[in-house]
Design a protein around this ligand. Sequence first.
Ligand SMILES: Cc1cc2nc3c(=O)[nH]c(=O)nc-3n(C[C@H](O)[C@H](O)[C@H](O)COP(=O)(O)OP(=O)(O)OC[C@H]3O[C@@H](n4cnc5c(N)ncnc54)[C@H](O)[C@@H]3O)c2cc1C
Length: 354
Amino acid sequence: MHLVLAGAGHAHLEVLRHFARSPPDAGPARLTLVTPEATAIYSGAVPGVVAGLLPPTAAEIPLAPLLSDAGAEWIEDRVTGLDAGRRLLRLGRNPPLPYDLLSLDTGALPVTPPGTVPVRPWRGLFAALAALDPAAGRVAVIGAGAAGTELALALARRPGPRPLLLEAMPDVLPGLPAPFRARAERALRLAGVSWRTDFPVERLDDGALHGPESRMGQVALAIACTGTRPALDLRDSGLACDAAGFPRMDAALRSQSHHDVFGAGDGVAAGLPKAGVWAVRAGPVLADNLSRALLGEPLRPWEPQRQALILLGTGRGEAIGLWRGISFEGAWAWRWKRWLDGRFVRRYAGTGEG
Ligand SMILES: Cc1cc2nc3c(=O)[nH]c(=O)nc-3n(C[C@H](O)[C@H](O)[C@H](O)COP(=O)(O)OP(=O)(O)OC[C@H]3O[C@@H](n4cnc5c(N)ncnc54)[C@H](O)[C@@H]3O)c2cc1C
């Protein structure tokens, strides 16, 4: 059996680790990972890197040791399409790749207004920040969800004018409890980040961000942290997809239409919010069910715990948190976040932690 993993997302790191630890007869005869980068990036640590509080390596997971331990082959390429009926993956620069079993973890990308830079792929974000002339104007972050707010706080640590945070909804951190939002607004104020709500950005043009009724000028770079669309377009693949084009998975993380396709993370519709924590938690279930599918055993349905911890670094050595509706903040919360993020990276970067 040839198992192909598309994308080095968080869940697939666990799949590789799982097969590295499994007895040889429990794994696939051939295991292939298709992903364009030699390093996976752990997003939880990215704001700390952008703020200069953490070295770039704090967010990097080199794939070579994981691939070698799992006996997997790496195809350095992008998946560009899928013919699920013929079990063929289309690749950017390589011939089509046949599979017996396929797992998808290619993540999602922001919806990007013209002229703005998407927060991911990360390589584009890091290049845009490296090329930025601080004298050229402000950096604007579009989308004040958890990721956008934390990124704006991180950017405030960098040289140059204070960043700007824009949100289409009436509040920053829309949908999160008011006490948590109040803590975040205080942190934004302390960091000198100005924000504007009810401002759906339409485009960045000539140094100005345009909304339906007004514009905001002196913007050198606008980073989009808004909405999600699949990183891999699977609408013509034959897989059952939701209205936004995300392939629908069942409770066992198997495609609702094709029994030889599995998937997890932001790139699939599995009835979960789009956040790394769910991709991480899905990892062991996905790995176990891929093993079961290889062995022809019944799959194990997943009933995810619905609570997730949110920790946002303020860029000042503190973090704001939310757990079961209770908000909190402090330097201890930042140390906790660093420990959790570091543990994840160490687990997959081959530095030993189980
Ligand atoms: C600044 C920021 C901070 C965040 N912080 C947190 C946090 O603290 N906690 C949290 O829960 N969530 C956080 N998130 C959200 C989190 O990043 C995502 O939910 C998470 O990365 C989704 O994981 P994933 O496994 O679905 O895919 P990803 O991590 O996006 O990985 C997808 C992989 O697939 C590869 N890929 C993409 N397209 C293709 C293709 N066509 N062919 C082959 N490979 C492809 C990519 O290169 C990548 O390796 C943050 C997001 C941002 C932007």
